[in-house]
Each structure stands twice: as C-alpha cells, then as structure tokens.
Design a protein around this ligand. Structure first.
Ligand SMILES: NC(=O)C1=CN([C@@H]2O[C@H](COP(=O)(O)OP(=O)(O)OC[C@H]3O[C@@H](n4cnc5c(N)ncnc54)[C@H](O)[C@@H]3O)[C@@H](O)[C@H]2O)C=CC1
Ligand SMILES: O=C(O)CCC(=O)C(=O)O
Length: 468
C-alpha cells in the first residue's frame, strides 16, 4: 500500500489506510462477535479474553464454489458482509468482484492467477476450502502480502474411501454391470473379475491420503507398496519402493496421490503405462495434470490396463451441468466410450463430513487472520501467532508488518517503534517474505498513524495493518 494514500488529517481515512481498507473502528460500543465465543472453538477462559471490538461489518467476503454452510455461518457470525455463490466465476467476472473484497473463499476450480490477483487491491487473505492450493499463485500472493490458508487433511479420509470403492468396483467391473442393467441387459460374467485380497496396491504419494488408503487396503488383505520422493514411515506392513518404476512393475492397482507440481506433470505417461503389469488398473484422484490421458486411452484400448478410475481432469467446468464433452477436454468422448472406466466429477472430497469440517477449519483460520493477524496454518506466509488483544487493553494497537526478508529491516522497524512500549513482538520469515506482529500499549490515534506511515515508507514494506 502506498503511503501517499494516507490522509493524515482525516481519522476515517487513517483507519482505512492503516487497516488496508478494513475500516476498523476504535468505538468502544462497536460489537465484535468473538470467534471463540461464537462457535466454541476455545475454552471458556479464552473466550472471556475477547479481542478488542472493531467494525467487522466493513469486511467484505466472497465465497465461491458452494463452500459449506458451516464456513459461511462462521464468517457471517463475525458480522462480515458475505456474498455466497454456488459456482466459480469466469475470469472477467472474478476480476470485477475480487477488486471489492478483503477475503475470498474458493475450492479447486477458481484460478487465482497473478493476472487476477493483481486486480485484488483490497484482498488480504484467501481461503482454499480444500487440500490442493495449485489453483492459487502462492508466490505472487505472498509477494503482495496476501495470506493463503487451506484445509490440509479434512477430506483425506473421504478420498481414501472413494479409492477403496473404486478398487473393488474395477476388480469386479461393477460400473459396466450396473450400466448394462440400467439398459435392461442381464450379463452374468466372471471372466476378468477378481477378489482384491492378496493383490498389490501401489500408492504414489504417501501423504495424508496415501496413509489412510494404506491402512484401509491392508484391512482388505491387500499388499501395499508405495513410492514417495520423501523417505517415510510405513503404515502397517506397507513397504516403500525406491523408484516409481519398481512400484509400477509390482502393483496390480496403481493409485496417484501427489500434488500438482511441475515434477508431477504427466508423471504417468506412455513409458509408465508400459512399465505397469499386464491387466493392471490405474486410479487418479489427485490432479488432472498427473496422468497423460491420451496415453491412458491407448493403454486401455490395447488391453494393457484392465480398468481405470478418474476423478480429476486437466479441464474441469466451473459448475454442474452437461459439460463433459470434447470441447472441455478433446479426448472426453474417447474416454467415455471405454469399458471398465469409472469417471467421477471431482468428488473425492465431497462428503458431508469432509465439507463441514473444511468449512469450520478454513473459516476459523480466516477469522483469526482478519481479527488477530494470526497466520498459523498459512501455506505461503511465515506462521506467526500472538495472543489476542483484549477489551481490557483499550489503548493498545497490534501492528502487522509484512515485508521483504532482507538484512537491516528489523533494525529500522525497531527504530520506528523505539519510543513506544512494545508489549509483545514476534517475527518469522519464509523464504523472501517476513511477517512481524507487535502489540504496543498506550498509543493514541496520531501515534498509530505515524507508526504506520513510517513503516510504509520502508523500502522492504509489502503491507501494513493496524488492529486497534
Ligand atoms: N479428488 C479430490 O477431491 C481430492 C484431491 N486431492 C489431491 O490429492 C493430493 C494429495 O493429497 P494429500 O495426500 O493430502 O497430500 P500430502 O501433501 O499429504 O501428500 C502428498 C505426498 O506426495 C508426495 N510427493 C510429492 N511429489 C511427489 C513426486 N514427484 N513423486 C512422488 N511423491 C511425491 C509428497 O512427498 C507427499 O508425501 C492433493 O495435493 C490434491 O491435489 C486432495 C483432496 C481431495
Ligand atoms: O472439493 C473440492 O472442490 C476440491 C477437493 C480437492 O481436490 C482438494 O481438496 O484438493
């Protein structure tokens, strides 16, 4: 934020500028619906230590992609202005809306690229109501002082259970039998249908989902092997393979659970299909970019693969409807024509349990960030937490200073703060970005304004907020 925006003669303007367009009020009568007291996330003693009141009703939130109502409710209980939409938005509409808001909540479809984020002049925080954060340009967001949160494991179990269902369904060709019956065809066959007991499951990416899956699969009598770039502790009797090729060579079922990264782009392609066992199965519920789908179609047509299940695709529509055609992905019709292939519309994490938990987790993190500056759990910022300012601390301000992590900045910050009483101060860095919080007591509005203006003059400044 440019210091030129600060009108030093106007208190309201000061409030706007210091809080980065969050028009925070010092009015002691303003109602603050404390996060802790409103949904019991903390114990009663902590709830009594309410954050200082400020005008939460000025905070604008845009929730896209039908984020769960639990999340919406928490944000509304804070008094924020919440706009809720069921689908994602095309880029032009997204740009128009994002200019207005301080907080945005998305799932996997909304692409928050640098092009979109550069228009988001008021945005301070993004909530990804999902695990994956590949849809957000995390580095660009950090460079602009925009903090990003996600929900790292609230839907992991749901994905793992879907994959278990798919393993059995593929082994027994359940999708085909069910489709035939829906067409009136009785086709009782056992050829090419198998039990999963004693078969080998190869898990690529042994993280939260991979772990859950490992335990469930062993419970069904499967042998579990996995491949991961990190050396990891095995669950149960699972064994890590040193290379992807070793896993592909040994597995009857191969399932992908890696994030979308440059290294995972088409990580299952022509060569990997050749390395897989004859008559094996492939499952992908990670990201559409991980599997080369035209090569998958070839492997299915040649009989190398006996079946496949896909939950994710390179291009996915923004909302529900009749979209899965070649104009979305050029091979869609070919994929649809294959036998024993289960196609689901990115529903791995779509259960009541998972969505409700994600709503609570991400919205709570957003509230803590907006109201307290707390970044615990952020995926692109240093994690910094300081206990809340309370209503017993009326002349205190919390300064939040996001800055470039270069030598000498703290010395200059301390020079600005040196004549004030700093009750607490903490700072941490993550790569090129550093995040500092300082609670200062016995300050008046003019002093707050001066502190903020001085901080914003520092060349390393990315963003300054003042909560008071
Ligand atoms: N279909 C759906 O609805 C959902 C899909 N997902 C996707 O699943 C992915 C995995 O989720 P989690 O298990 O929670 O993630 P996680 O971060 O817990 O685990 C990912 C694992 O992949 C490993 N990995 C990274 N790069 C690799 C590589 N090149 N080769 C082998 N291993 C590699 C990591 O070391 C890590 O152990 C997410 O990133 C997301 O894209 C997540 C939730 C729901
Ligand atoms: O539920 C969603 O929209 C996305 C699920 C997902 O892929 C994730 O959590 O990464």
């Amino acid at each position: 934020m440019s210091s030129a925006a600060v009108d030093i003669g106007d208190h309201n303007q000061l409030a706007r500028s210091v809080s980065n367009s969050l028009n925070l009020s010092t009015s002691p009568t303003a109602t603050f619906h404390s996060l802790s007291s409103s949904h019991g996330a903390r114990n009663a003693a902590a709830a009594a230590k309410q954050l200082k009141p400020f005008a939460t009703q000025d905070i604008k939130v845009l929730l896209l992609e039908n984020v769960n109502q639990t999340g919406r409710k928490i944000l509304e209980e804070q008094g924020y202005q919440v706009e809720f939409l069921k689908s994602s938005l095309p880029e032009d509409q997204l740009i128009k809306k994002i200019r207005e808001v301080h907080v945005i909540g998305i799932r996997s479809k909304t692409k928050l690229t640098a092009r979109v984020l550069q228009e988001a002049k008021n945005l301070i925080v993004i909530g990804c109501f999902c695990i994956g954060t590949n849809q957000v340009d995390l580095q660009y967001a950090a460079d602009r002082g925009i903090t990003v949160f996600n929900s790292p494991f609230s839907n992991s179990r749901s994905v793992a259970e879907l994959v278990i269902a798919e393993i059995i369904s593929l082994a027994r060709q359940l999708g085909d039998r069910s489709n035939e019956m829906h067409q009136g065809i009785w086709n009782k066959v056992s050829a090419g249908c198998w039990e999963v007991r004693d078969k080998t499951l190869g898990i690529i990416g042994y993280g939260h989902i991979g772990n859950q899956l490992s335990v469930l699969a062993e419970g069904m009598g499967m042998v579990v092997i996995y491949y991961d770039v990190v050396n990891l502790m095995s669950m149960g009797k699972a064994r890590q393979k040193a290379t992807l090729a070793e896993l592909l060579d040994a597995a009857d079922f191969v399932t992908c659970h890696v994030p979308e990264l440059p290294e995972t782009l088409n990580m299952i392609g022509k060569e990997q299909f050749q390395q897989m066992k004859q008559g094996s199965y492939l499952i992908n519920a990670s990201r559409g970019s991980v599997v080369d789908i035209p090569e998958l179609i070839n492997a299915m047509r040649s009989g190398k693969l006996a079946g496949a299940a896909l939950d994710v695709y390179p291009n996915e529509p923004g909302g529900n409807g009749d979209y899965f055609h070649n104009n979305l992905n050029e091979w869609a019709e070919d994929l649809r024509s294959l036998k024993n292939i289960i196609l689901t519309p990115h529903v791995g994490g779509s259960t009541e349990e998972a969505q409700s938990a994600i709503g609570v987790e991400v919205s709570s993190a957003l509230c803590r960030f907006v109201n307290e500056g707390n970044t615990t759990g952020a995926v692109n910022m240093p994690e910094v937490s300081v206990r809340s300012l309370t209503i017993e601390e009326p002349n205190h301000v919390r300064i939040i200073f996001i800055h470039r992590n270069i030598p000498g900045v703290l010395r200059r910050v301390n020079a600005i703060l040196e004549n004030h009483n700093i009750d607490k101060q903490t700072t941490d860095s993550r790569g090129e970005i550093a995040y500092l919080m300082a609670d200062i007591s016995n300050v008046n509005d003019n002093e707050i304004r001066d502190i903020v203006q001085d901080l914003e003059m520092l060349p390393a400044c990315i963003r300054t907020r003042a909560l008071y």
